[in-house]
Design a protein around this ligand. Structure first.
Ligand SMILES: [Fe+2]
Length: 452
């Protein structure tokens, strides 16, 4: 084990999230002009940010509970101009004694590890974790602090907000273990919170993500339910419940929360939708990475066996059809930012199974899948990058790729319409980038202003 790699001692009992490329790094690095193999298109001008758990102490009780660390690569003029990785200076980072839930049961939503996603909206960059308020950071990855939309936000915020490419609005929700279990929120294109709606659900489930269409907001109320015993044990307090059932919620955009309609589906779990849209026949298409079940034996029980599925919601008959679209085990499905909520055949994802890794690009119009299988390497979430010179072009994908033999990382740029052709550019990272969660390609000139 290299001294820069981890402060974690590895033993056979070490949980998976502290082994291999899941293990944390213990240094913050700033590096300039990174070596590139291949060619970065000269027109690309933006900041690739990626968040993930990286416990400062080297240990955490669960993969989802480590301190957030954001990795950033500034790309411009055909160069990888700089790399930075920074822990988000959250309350738990600066004060390990800080508690989301106090002994008297009160909840402090400014306490969160901000380890799951990082998005830009209305000139702000938000590091997100679903248990708490967002934490604003700047374009050099320095922490500004917790953000509650000028006091308007009164719930936690999902790590998976959706920016409508038509209106520029930020749609999101918060969920919690105490009522109201689910609340929908909408911020306008200027970042002002303009709508909050309680959405009634039967119980406290883990609602990691949701989706929007042009006309609707879609919720997933799935049977991974809050468990007080797990909470008291200090780990992820949710487990599978055979009795809870499963349902999809459909709320017209701009409607009241009590106008949400619910549609029963087969029990399953979904962390991540790929996308959803309104079909011309009035039905709603909802594509997701679906697990047949999740955390049946508690939250350390993780089998990566999600597959791309399509739900079609028929608002007239009140029914949902469900079809598996492919047999590849995938996670982290993404579509281009401009396709969020709109009909789009291209879906990208990471192949994720115990002994398998890769990247895949689906064309759901033709049924073709372009697969880039990685034998000695492991891919992370592929983040779509639009072609600034051709809005209709497929663009690229950015993904950190870990080399097991070298114990090192590269940032790969892959042509989105030729995923199986491999990377067009490989950026050599100055230190290993641990397997993390989600990221964004940020071109918002306000968000990255003053940080050339
Ligand atoms: Fe996620």
């Amino acid at each position: 084990m290299g001294i820069t790699d981890s402060v974690t001692e590895q033993t056979t009992d070490t949980p998976f999230h502290l082994t291999g490329n899941f293990r944390p790094v213990d240094r913050e690095v700033t590096a300039h002009d990174l070596p590139v193999v291949g060619e970065i298109p000269a027109s690309l001008d933006g900041l690739f940010l990626r968040n993930g758990p990286n416990p400062r102490s080297g240990r955490s009780p669960h993969w989802f509970l480590g301190d957030g660390m954001v990795h950033g690569v500034r790309i411009r003029d055909g160069h990888a101009a700089w790399y930075r990785n920074r822990w988000v200076r959250t309350k738990p980072f600066t004060d390990p004694g800080a508690r989301l839930v106090a002994a008297d049961g009160t909840v402090d939503l400014t306490v969160g590890v901000s380890n799951t996603h990082v998005v830009a909206h209305a000139g702000s960059i938000l590091a997100l974790v679903e248990s708490s308020f967002p934490c604003r950071i700047d374009a050099e990855l320095d922490t500004i602090g917790p953000w509650d939309f000028d006091g308007a936000l009164t719930t936690a915020m999902t790590a998976h907000p959706k920016i409508c490419p038509v209106t520029g609005e930020l749609h999101f929700f918060g969920y919690g273990f105490a009522p109201p279990y689910l609340t929908y929120h909408r911020a306008d294109a200027r970042g002002r919170l303009v709508q909050s709606e309680v959405i009634e659900v039967p119980g406290p489930t883990m609602i990691h993500d949701f989706s929007i269409t042009g006309n609707h907001v879609l919720f997933m109320d799935l049977p991974v339910v809050f468990d007080l015993e797990l909470a008291l044990a200090g780990t992820m307090p949710y487990r599978w419940d055979d009795d809870y059932g499963a349902r999809l919620g459909v709320m017209p955009r701009g409607a009241r929360g009590d106008q949400t309609r619910w549609f029963d589906i087969e029990p399953c779990y979904v962390f991540h939708p790929a996308n959803s849209y309104d079909r011309a026949d009035g039905r709603i298409v909802f594509d997701v990475a679906r697990y047949p079940e999740f955390w049946r034996r508690g939250s350390d029980d993780f089998t990566p066996d999600a597959h791309l599925h399509r739900w079609v919601i028929d608002l007239e008959t009140g029914t949902v059809t469900e079809d598996q679209l492919d047999d590849l085990p995938i996670e982290f499905p993404r579509v281009p930012d401009a396709a969020v909520g709109r009909a789009n055949d291209r879906i990208y994802g990471a192949v994720l199974a115990l002994e398998r890794s890769g990247l895949v690009g689906y064309d759901l119009g033709t049924g073709a899948a372009q697969l880039l299988e990685l034998n000695d390497r492991e891919a992370a979430e592929p983040v779509p990058v639009a072609d600034p010179e051709a809005a209709d072009a497929a663009g690229w994908l950015l993904s950190y790729v870990y080399d097991r033999a070298e114990d090192s990382s590269e940032l790969w740029l892959v042509a989105a319409d030729a995923v199986d052709a491999g990377p067009v550019a490989r950026v050599t990272m100055p230190q290993r980038v641990p397997m993390g969660f989600h990221g964004s390609w940020i071109t918002d000139p306000v968000a990255i202003a003053h940080h050339p």
